[in-house]
Design a protein around this ligand. Structure first.
Ligand SMILES: [Zn+2]
Ligand SMILES: [Zn+2]
Length: 348
């Protein structure tokens, strides 16, 4: 008989993860159960970790983890069979509202940026996970477990780059050197950008960025002026700028760098509800401000294909592969401004 308890990393209080033996999740109608093989650690886990609870009601003693894959242990009458490798899309979209019916599941009226697995219900920092078969996708053999643990940031980068509508020869600025900024830089280059510059917060995380080699220039976000080389390369301003921080200075960086008529894509979630910036420049210079969040269901499938077809290898940005026992320490490292961690993936 299968074990009826499992090891899980439980959020028990503010900045407190405890490894516990907990009941395996209940498999409800429409659910499948998997043995979790990898789960990416995300910046959005930090918010819940700091608060000591998830986004739903009574979310104490809760299991985070929304970027994951595993092997099906109970197909429960779904299209999957035991042993299939699957990844879950964490987006708990309704499938019925006007947005969902228009193929804009990421804008589902029920989602609002928080209705995700591992946000409002238990996620996958555990040995087992059970969730809707509808949210599960078969993984090709060419997508490793660790790569599947990076589908979440990659889908965000992919959606943002598609929204930007990059054309051959475009000059592109990426503000923010987290994993999403890195992946945007790589996809922008591969979409035909001739020059991609990175405005970085510091140098601590730059080793994988430099090794990957998709940026033509790096400079400090804090510096007022762009370096001479970048000023020359982007003569007259950048065609497209990606704001991947969510802060006033980063937004200001984009506004001062963009050429008239250019496009700024905003991906960063700002900590403060408002950001004071020189918005009248958007009027006078007709640049476009585009918000970008998550991706559509079609793009989620497209993200798996990007990895399967070798267009991008997200493992290049994974700096740490850890066990559940190391999750607490890893979250502490992520909030440290001087740590070199870029992306961690848990292998429970
Ligand atoms: Zn995430
Ligand atoms: Zn919906």
């Amino acid at each position: 008989m299968a074990k009826d308890t499992m090891k899980a990393a439980v959020l028990v209080g503010a900045k407190q993860i405890e490894i516990k033996e907990v009941p395996v999740p209940t498999v409800r109608p429409g659910d499948i159960e998997i043995k979790v093989t990898a789960c990416g650690v995300c910046g959005s886990d930090i918010h819940m970790w700091k608060a000591g609870q998830g986004w739903g009601k009574n979310m104490q003693d809760f299991i985070m983890g929304h970027e994951f894959c595993g092997v099906v242990t109970n197909p429960n009458g779904s299209k999957f069979k035991e042993g299939d490798r699957v990844t879950f899309w964490a987006n708990l979209y309704c499938g019925e509202c006007d947005m969902c019916r228009a193929g804009l599941e990421h804008l589902c009226r029920d989602v609002n940026g928080t209705n995700y697995i591992g946000f409002v219900c238990n996620g996958a920092y555990a040995e087992r996970f059970a969730g809707k078969a509808k949210n599960a996708y078969l993984l090709p053999d060419s997508v490793s477990d660790v790569a599947a643990g990076c589908i979440d940031p990659l889908m965000v980068a992919y959606h943002a780059v598609r929204k930007a509508g990059i054309k051959l020869g475009d000059k592109v600025l990426v503000v923010g050197n987290g994993i999403i900024g890195n992946m945007i830089g790589e996809l922008a280059k591969k979409s035909g950008a001739s020059y991609v510059a990175l405005s970085k917060l510091n140098d601590y995380k730059l080793a994988p960025t430099k090794k990957a080699g998709y940026f033509d220039a790096y400079f400090d976000a804090a510096s007022e002026e762009f370096p001479q080389e970048t000023q020359e390369a982007s003569k007259g301003g950048f065609d497209i700028a990606f704001e991947a921080v969510g802060a006033e200075s980063a937004m200001q960086n984009c506004i001062s760098a963009i050429k008239p008529g250019g496009t700024i894509v905003m991906i960063g979630n700002s900590i403060t509800p408002t950001i004071p910036v020189n918005i009248n420049r958007a009027v006078l210079q007709e640049f476009r401000l585009l918000g970008s969040v998550s991706c559509t269901e079609e793009e989620f499938r497209g993200t798996i294909d990007l990895i399967a077809n070798g267009i991008i290898d997200p493992e290049a940005y994974v700096t740490d592969i850890i066990g559940l026992d190391d999750l607490q320490h890893t979250l502490e490292r992520i909030v440290s401004p001087t740590d070199s961690i870029l992306k961690a993936v848990v292998k429970p």
